[in-house]
Design a protein around this ligand. Structure first.
Ligand SMILES: [Zn+2]
Length: 247
């Protein structure tokens, strides 16, 4: 073999090795533990309040998007970001107890909760990639901000909503629970956006978990009513019937 050919071959092999190790590094990074996926700690979460705690990559992208929107005179503010398992458990159980006290059957109480809220261990907010956002430079803040009416028509957050429809995807953010008539699961949430570059691989990993097992292990009030049929439907509609850009 001529020396030149040999050098070319080793050069290619060297390149091959680098590419291979980079690939394995990427796939290592994309593996998530059960704990990370159900909101029980993730070293990539940064921030210290419930409106600032986010996955470090999602936060960087959000700050870029916020700065770009500000240039168009739209101030975006997060009202909810990372939510731990324990926090989601408190929310779910408080609602469950309130609704059953009001006379709803356990089954009906759970159906009512999962119009907008998730069962602990199944929230996309556990990943630090999902945020609920509003606009803040359009007058006094309404008492209850996360309502559809504020995002459409003459609603106070309408300009932000239009801006996000045009620009959010270029920052990696997508609305999760769209208003497509055929979509099932959670009601339309015009305020809830997800950072796809991280949430897509997390959802992929999440789908491999045994949800039923998790829900039964965690001692959640009302969990006796999470039957096989209920969980299969919840998985199909509430977890997976989302914006196809996030699948
Ligand atoms: Zn949300």
């Amino acid at each position: 073999m001529k020396r030149k050919d040999f050098l070319q071959l080793t050069g290619i092999c060297g390149l091959g090795l680098i590419t291979f190790s980079q690939l394995s590094f990427t796939s290592l990074q994309a593996s998530y533990t059960r704990e990370q996926l159900i909101g029980k700690g993730n070293p990539k979460i940064t921030g210290n309040t419930y409106t600032s705690k986010m996955h470090v990559k999602a936060k960087r992208a959000f700050l870029d998007m916020k700065a770009a929107a500000a240039k168009d005179n739209i101030n975006i503010e997060i009202v909810s970001a990372y939510r731990s398992f324990e926090r989601q458990k408190e929310i779910f159980e408080r609602k469950y107890l309130r609704f059953t006290k009001q006379g709803l059957s356990p089954k009906d109480a759970i159906s009512k909760i999962i119009e907008y809220s998730t069962i602990p261990g199944t929230s996309r907010h556990h990943w630090g990639t999902d945020i609920d956002i509003i606009q803040t430079n359009t007058g006094p803040r309404p008492a209850s901000v996360l309502q559809e009416k504020h995002f459409y028509g003459n609603g106070q957050f309408c300009d932000m909503k239009v801006w996000l429809t045009l620009h959010a995807s270029s920052f990696g953010f997508y609305e999760v629970y769209t208003n497509h008539a055929q979509r099932k699961g959670f009601s339309h949430e015009p305020w809830h956006f997800s950072y796809a570059p991280v949430s897509k691989p997390m959802l992929e990993a999440y789908r491999k978990l045994d949800i039923k097992n998790i829900l039964q292990e965690e001692n959640i009030i009302g969990s006796a009513y999470f039957t096989d049929t209920f969980i299969a439907k919840y998985q199909k509609e509430n977890i997976l019937d989302i914006n196809p850009d996030l699948l």
